[in-house]
Structure formats: structure tokens, C-alpha cells
Design a protein around this ligand. Structure first.
Ligand SMILES: NC(=O)c1ccc[n+]([C@@H]2O[C@H](COP(=O)([O-])OP(=O)(O)OC[C@H]3O[C@@H](n4cnc5c(N)ncnc54)[C@H](OP(=O)(O)O)[C@@H]3O)[C@@H](O)[C@H]2O)c1
Length: 291
């Protein structure tokens, strides 16, 4: 059980840094006014963690919104991710992200997917961390065997975070247990179930949410927090951004945590990371950065 979690609570990372337990995700949040408003709103409501990626094409908007709020940079945790197009030159990829985000360091830089050659790209991230351009390095969409392969390839820094799809229908309990043993924090992406597929209408979730007098989204997110998993729900609606931060004035009992666990069917909705090299380019969403 995660005792006494608050909106500004953090989990400890294995490199001495800390990650806020709640972040705003911005995948498929269109760049420009929509992304800027979502990020500004989240920061006004007390979020201090934004999860973006080079390939979301909204780093510029995230950077602008952060500047607009005048909140000191060191109070905000920014995660972004290296895409495979930059794997030949991760430094250049990072420098472009820093420029778009208007910052001189990234709190958490992730290898977005285990595309072929991920080991070499990770070793480059280790160097960039040593230079202070990245505070923490991590991975995303890594299965247990990918984490082992990283170590076998000579990685000297254990990833601080593994960001994977994780919600009641795909609870990733085995991976969570493995990562926890290794000191790797799991971050849940698509923590509500993902765009167009959220679990907020699941009658089992609704029943329990009613019992706790919270919304289905709050119940689902709180379940992960109590497992020690960071959540980064995405929304472009202020009322939902606020709702998704209301996770800290109730606690799910052990029995009810177990009953949410039992919803799991290992139903991963995202692409299987073992087959990511075969994913057709046209199946990735087409997004554009603001001018
Ligand atoms: N590393 C990776 O490969 C990877 C992959 C996917 C996602 N991610 C990260 O994880 C973040 C979250 O994942 P996600 O965007 O896939 O899915 P998600 O957060 O599980 O769900 C987002 C969907 O839920 C809706 N929603 C948000 N709050 C709600 C609420 N309180 N009640 C009902 N519906 C609600 C959103 O709609 P509205 O926006 O219309 O409110 C949106 O359609 C992403 O934004 C991204 O930062 C990472």
C-alpha cells in the first residue's frame, strides 16, 4: 500500500531522482492551442509532470505552456522520448527536443520502443546523462527480456523507469514485480485504457467507483498508484484533467484492489513490442508540431 499519497507526491528513482506520481499525458493532443491549454490547465491544477515525446509533435507547445505559467522549471518534471529516427545520433535528437521544449535538461528521457538496435541507443543515453543533459534515463514498451538484453549489452545504468501500457485489463503484474525487484519504477501509459477504449464504462469499475463515491477514472488511476505505479492520463478537457487529479482523498481496500486485479485479461491494446520493427509506418498517427 502507498501510504499518504498527495497530489505532489513522488516515487523515488534508482538514481536518486524522484518522479511525481501523477503526470499529464499528451499523446494525440494536437499541437498548438489545444496542447498549450491542456498543459497550462494541468499545471494550474497542481500537476507537476508532463509526458510528451518527439513523435507526438507537441514538444514546442508543451515548452510554451510551461514558460507561460512562470512556474520555475525545476518544479516541473518533463518526460520526453527518443524516436528511432534519431537513434543514429541521439545527441542531435535530444538537442532538438531541448530546443522545442525551451529547456536545458530533460528530467526523464526514454527510449520510446525497443526497435532493433535499442541497446546501442541506450548506451548513448548513458553518455548524455553523464553530461547532465538528462537527469534520468529509462525505457518504454520493454518486456522483461528486453531489460535483460540491455544489461547483457553492457548497460551500466539500470533504467530508472519502464513506461508501459498498464490498466486493469492489462495489469502487467509480472513485469511490475520484476521491475520493482530491480528498482525500476513502472509508469502506466494508457492508464484509463487508452483513447476510444477507456474502461470507465466497465460495470465492475462503475460499481466499485460508486461504493467509494469517486468516478470510474479516479478508481482506475488510484488502483495503479496503490500498486506503486505512476499514472499519466491524457485529457484535453479541463474538467477531466481536474477529475484525474482527484486521487488523494480515498483509499481502495486490499480486497477491492484484488477484485480490480481480477479484471486483467492481458488485453494489450497497443502494438506488441516484440513486433514493433514490423509495424507499418502508415499506422502511426500523423501529427505536426506548431510553428
Ligand atoms: N510510451 C508509449 O509508447 C505510450 C503509448 C501511449 C501513450 N503514452 C502516454 O500515456 C499517456 C496516456 O495514455 P493514452 O492517451 O493512450 O490513454 P489514457 O490516458 O488511458 O486515455 C485517454 C482517453 O481517455 C479520455 N479521458 C481522459 N480522462 C477521462 C475521464 N476522466 N473520464 C473519461 N474519459 C477520460 C481522453 O479523452 P479527452 O482527451 O477527450 O478527455 C482520451 O480519449 C499518453 O498521452 C502518452 O503521454 C505512451
Amino acid at each position: 500500500m502507498q501510504a499518504q499519497l498527495k497530489l505532489n507526491s513522488c516515487f523515488d528513482l534508482n538514481d536518486g531522482n524522484r518522479i511525481p506520481v501523477l503526470g499529464l499525458g499528451v499523446f494525440r493532443t494536437p499541437s498548438g492551442e489545444i496542447a498549450r491549454n491542456a498543459v497550462r490547465t494541468a499545471l494550474e491544477y497542481g500537476y507537476r509532470h508532463i509526458d510528451t515525446a518527439r513523435v507526438y509533435c507537441n514538444e514546442k507547445s508543451v515548452g510554451r505552456a510551461i514558460k507561460d505559467t512562470m512556474i520555475p522549471r525545476e518544479q516541473i518534471f518533463i518526460t520526453t522520448k527518443l524516436w528511432k529516427s534519431d537513434w543514429e545520433n541521439p545527441r542531435e535528437g535530444l538537442m532538438k527536443s531541448l530546443e522545442r521544449l525551451q529547456t536545458d535538461y530533460i528530467d526523464l528521457y526514454l527510449l520510446h520502443w525497443p526497435f532493433k538496435g535499442f541497446e546501442k541507443a541506450y548506451l548513448e543515453l548513458e553518455k548524455l546523462k553523464a553530461e547532465g543533459l538528462i537527469k534520468s534515463i529509462g525505457v518504454s514498451n520493454f518486456k522483461i527480456h528486453h531489460l535483460k538484453e540491455l544489461k547483457n549489452a553492457g548497460a551500466t545504468i539500470c533504467p530508472a523507469v519502464n513506461q508501459v501500457e498498464c490498466h486493469p485489463a492489462n495489469s502487467e503484474s509480472e513485469l511490475l514485480e520484476y521491475c520493482t525487484k530491480k528498482g525500476i519504477v513502472l509508469t502506466a501509459y494508457s492508464p484509463l485504457g487508452g483513447q476510444g477504449r477507456t474502461l470507465v464504462n466497465d460495470p465492475r469499475i462503475i460499481g466499485l467507483a460508486d461504493y467509494y463515491k469517486v468516478t470510474p477514472a479516479q478508481l482506475i488511476l488510484r488502483w495503479n498508484l496503490q500498486r506503486g505505479v505512476v499514472v499519466i492520463p491524457k485529457s484535453v478537457h479541463p474538467e477531466r484533467i481536474l477529475e484525474n487529479s482527484g486521487l488523494f482523498n480515498f483509499e481502495i481496500s486490499k480486497d477491492d484492489q484484488d477484485s480490480i486485479d481480477s479484471i486483467n485479461t492481458n488485453e494489450r491494446r497497443a502494438f506488441d513490442s516484440d513486433r514493433i520493427d514490423f509495424r507499418p509506418q502508415e499506422s502511426f498517427p500523423v501529427l505536426t508540431e506548431e510553428e
